[in-house]
Design a binder for this molecule. Structure first.
Ligand code: SF4
Length: 523
């Protein structure tokens, strides 16, 4: 512990021109702030820097790794978000739909800011604003008033309602509450309010996505089942943060001439154009099309570990065939397009065949830089599988594969994929783990590249492993979500990001003046 030696508080206010506002990058490096930070350390109760460095070194060891993996009651830097975030995300894809979170203000502020920070886009969602009295007496009054206000002020066509921890802990029966709100005339009887219980102490954002999607489908398809199909196909991308993927999928389906409904098309909700006019709602799936989805010929789900309940609902209630494909990378896209062709009886469009050739060409051009490289990947289960498929196709070697959710079927599938390739033989699959676990893995079994969301930047700095940002959220880089990772075009994008990550690293390692014999112009 450092003793409190000095009570003279240094002032960070310099004598410079007060009209010149410094960015924090510069400001906190000034002598005044350095002095202030040094002064404050005496109150932090911190250990000696030498001790901190010694323990820091120990946390890189195998001994610490074993202790770290024995950890049970603590999560550090989780690879997941809570259920309602996924519920609001999927709700945003429906026409004039207002996402509504039944709980406290703080929760919905977190969901809105999380989505806004990823997409750099305002995100509209409301809350019951429950406080202490609601925690004791239940949230019925808040919900009735909240629904009435939201309906009157924001004039949505649908309110998609999910819960938060607080509402779940006190046991609010939201189905009964919505019925009461309608009976008492707070909202019209026929106004759609699909709901989902989304307790955050189980599952993750992908569970919330599924619960809300099933809730929306259940409400909108009620009494809509017809004798014959509508000839269309439904497509659902799951919790896919890339708006470019929905657009790429629609382009592929249009090239095929397939009549389709995207179940939750939130591509414009998270990427609306700046026209100078505010538009409150940008969800592109009409309520009519969503209601008619029960009558489709079949439904495609691209994230089977995200949407099991929704898939089961359409299979059972709609009597439809449902399909799981992952149209990512070369093989995944091949399988999807060939099956689409078989199912619909339509040939694969020439334009897509040319795109395939280009993606293969790009992979061939770059494979020498990627072949044999050791990689760690983390993220949601389906997302991680698409990444390991692409890495194996490219000749890279996935070493650490980690998700934040516990999912044994996912782990079994991932292990099977890895075992089928010579490049996957050294891989280990970890479920229900966090980024502090991954830190131990990276220190004890280093890799050449880390792939995942922005939270990995701390691991990257700690371990000296370059980070390629693919996934959700990406807070510290802009516009990544507009690219596609789906289809051959998406494969081409990911091939580009991947090889250039290795080339950046090659430049960084060889760029020391005086030792730069391999700092080549041409790579
Ligand atoms: S974990 Fe629970 S309390 Fe925290 S933001 Fe999510 S719903 Fe709210």
């Amino acid at each position: 512990m450092t003793d409190n030696l000095d009570n003279t508080i240094p002032t960070p206010c310099g004598t410079e021109d007060p009209g010149r506002i410094k960015d924090h990058f510069e400001l906190f490096q000034t002598d005044e702030y350095k002095e202030l930070f040094a002064y404050k350390r005496q109150f932090e109760g911190a250990h000696d820097p030498e001790k901190i460095a010694e323990i820091g070194e120990w946390t890189k060891s195998w001994e610490y790794r074993e202790k770290n993996f024995a950890r049970e009651s603590l999560t550090i830097n989780p690879v997941k978000a809570c259920q309602p975030l996924g519920a609001l995300f999927v709700a945003a894809g429906f026409e004039e739909t207002l996402p509504y979170s039944h709980g406290s203000q703080g929760c919905v502020a977190y969901f809105r800011s999380h989505l806004t920070r990823n997409y750099k886009e305002p995100f509209q969602a409301v809350s019951s604003s429950m406080t202490e009295d609601a925690a004791v007496f239940g949230g019925l009054n808040n919900l009735k008033q909240g629904l009435e206000n939201a309906y009157t002020l924001y004039k949505p066509k649908m309110i998609a309602l999910c819960t938060t921890c607080m509402a779940e802990v006190i046991g609010d029966d939201i189905g009964a509450y919505i019925a009461t709100a309608k009976n008492e005339g707070h909202i019209p009887e026929d106004f759609p309010v699909p709901c989902a219980h989304t307790p955050s102490f189980v599952g993750s954002h992908i569970t919330g996505y599924d619960n809300m999607l099933k809730g929306i489908l259940t409400t909108l398809t009620k009494d809509k089942k017809a004798e014959t199909t509508n000839g269309k196909y439904n497509f659902n991308l799951g919790f896919d943060p890339y708006v470019g993927n929905t657009r790429e999928l629609k382009r592929i389906l249009d090239l095929f001439g397939i009549d389709h409904t995207i179940l939750s098309d939130n591509s414009d909700a998270f990427d609306s154009p700046n026209t100078g006019e505010f538009k409150m709602y940008n969800g592109l799936t009409t309520l009519e099309a969503a209601g008619d989805s029960i009558n489709a010929e079949g439904s495609f789900f691209f994230q089977k570990y995200t949407t099991p309940k929704s898939q089961e609902f359409l299979a059972k209630e709609g009597g439809q065939k449902t399909y799981n494909f992952r149209p990512f990378g070369i093989r995944g896209t091949d399988e999807f397009l060939m099956n689409l062709s078989t199912i619909t009886g339509k040939p694969i469009p020439q334009e897509l065949q040319v795109e395939r050739g280009r993606a293969i060409d790009a992979m061939t051009d770059s494979q020498s830089w990627v072949h044999g490289k050791r990689v760690a990947v983390y993220g949601d289960p389906d997302h991680v599988i698409t990444l390991i498929n692409l890495l194996l196709e490219f000749g890279a070697e996935p070493v650490h594969v980690l998700t934040g959710t516990l999912n044994e079927p996912f782990a079994a599938e991932a292990r099977e994929i890895l075992a089928a390739s010579p490049y996957g033989k050294d891989a280990t699959v970890w479920c229900g783990k966090d980024l502090w676990h991954l830190r131990s893995l990276l220190f004890t079994e280093p890799v050449d590249l880390l792939i995942g969301n922005s939270y990995g930047k701390f691991l990257s700095r700690d371990t000296g492993t370059p980070l390629l940002r693919i996934g959700y959220p990406i807070f510290d880089r802009h516009h990544m979500h507009r690219y596609a990772t789906l289809g051959y075009q998406g494969a081409l994008n990911q091939i580009t990001w991947l090889v250039n990550a290795f080339l950046e690293e090659a430049d960084a390692k060889t760029g020391v003046v005086g030792q730069d014999i391999s700092f080549d112009l041409i790579r």
